[in-house]
Design a binder for this molecule. Structure first.
Ligand SMILES: Nc1ncnc2c1ncn2[C@@H]1O[C@H](COP(=O)(O)OP(=O)(O)O)[C@@H](O)[C@H]1O
Ligand SMILES: [Mg+2]
Length: 322
């Protein structure tokens, strides 16, 4: 082990004695992405020489974990039941250590409004928003109009751009709002930020963190929607992001602060847009279990930092609380 792996020798030796399960698939709208993330991480763990099994997650997961004598769970689930504290709660109950954020941070991170309020309270810029009321579309319409167009409609608890829609004019809003509220009763409208879309990877715990090179996303489509996220060639990734040194420093500062305020652990990703109007980086959200597919952001950012995918996977293991 004369290469980069030598600095992880103790960690590798420790995990060689463990039964590792990669929890993937699951029951959310991001199931397919989760399977791709899970397969990638599973292969890396196998290449590292670990004893590892794949587990699709459903209501029988507790039984499966116990039956297979799982020592540690690598959670590669995105969205509901996986990224929101539910599976973390099950693992706490079973006494099985797991990767990533704890129950509370996961639950906070899943809820974009709670996240925004916490960021705002810590002085981290985030775009103004209004919560929508599905029982009162007229009131929601008025609230959005007083926020000012363009806005972005978003479900409070989704991911992968599921349900995200940009609304530019009043007619479009009138035409869409009712059906949107039926489809996504728990949603909000956020003032659109026009500028440079970036994503920031951060790894660690408390103050002991590493921020990966910031990545800029240039979707060929209007915004970074589901298709742009998971289809090769639909988005240009630019590392490092083309923002000023000053903006970069601010972004790094805010990211570290946000990581700490939210109580994150392990490998986490924040999304933000640096406004072309005022140069401020507005934080959109946190991804407590960021995608690990071959087109995902974290692997690309890590690569720019000189880290292979396997090293990222070891970092994920490094911050597990035993
Ligand atoms: N306020 C906003 N202004 C402009 N674009 C936005 C805004 N909010 C979201 N978007 C676009 O929608 C995408 C998805 O939104 P995001 O809040 O990151 O949710 P998620 O990735 O969990 O679906 C962003 O990557 C961005 O392209
Ligand atoms: Mg996002």
């Amino acid at each position: 082990m004369g290469d980069w792996k030598s600095k992880y020798k103790d960690l590798i030796d420790f995990y060689k004695t463990k039964n590792i399960a990669v929890l993937m698939g699951g029951l959310s709208s991001e199931r397919e992405v989760s399977i791709r993330s899970g397969e990638n991480v599973y292969n890396a763990l196998v290449n590292l020489g670990f004893k590892v099994t794949k587990m699709d997650v459903d209501a029988n997961i507790a039984r499966k974990l116990v039956k297979d004598n799982v020592d540690v769970a690598v959670i590669m689930l995105h969205g509901k039941y996986g990224e929101d504290g539910i599976i973390q709660g099950v693992l706490e109950l079973l006494g099985i250590p797991y990767t990533g954020c704890n129950v509370l941070t996961s639950a906070i991170g899943m809820n974009k409004i709670v996240t925004k309020e916490l960021l705002k309270a810590s002085g981290i810029p985030t775009s103004p928003y209004v919560k929508l009321d599905p029982s009162n579309p007229d009131k929601s319409f008025e609230d959005i109009m007083s926020l000012g167009l363009p806005v972005v409609l978003k479900p409070v608890e989704e991911g992968s751009s599921v349900g995200v829609e940009i609304i530019k004019d009043e007619d479009q809003l009138r035409g869409k709002l009712r059906s949107y509220l039926r489809r996504y009763p728990n949603s909000f409208a956020e003032k659109a930020v026009l500028g440079t879309e970036i994503t920031i990877g951060i790894i660690g715990k408390n103050d002991n963190v590493t921020v990966l090179p910031i990545m800029e996303l240039r979707p060929r489509k209007e915004f970074y929607d589901y298709e742009a996220k998971y289809t090769k060639g639909m988005t240009d990734f630019v590392i490092p992001a083309e923002i000023t040194k000053e903006q970069e420093e601010k972004v790094i500062d805010y990211t570290k602060k946000a990581f700490k305020v939210l109580g994150c652990r392990g490998v986490v990703r924040f999304d933000a847009i640096v406004s072309k109007d005022d140069g401020i980086p507005y934080f959109l959200e946190v991804n407590t279990i960021p995608g690990m597919t071959e087109t995902s952001d974290i692997p690309a950012m890590a690569k720019a930092a000189g880290m292979q995918f396997e090293e990222v996977v070891l970092k994920i293991l490094e911050y597990v609380e035993w």
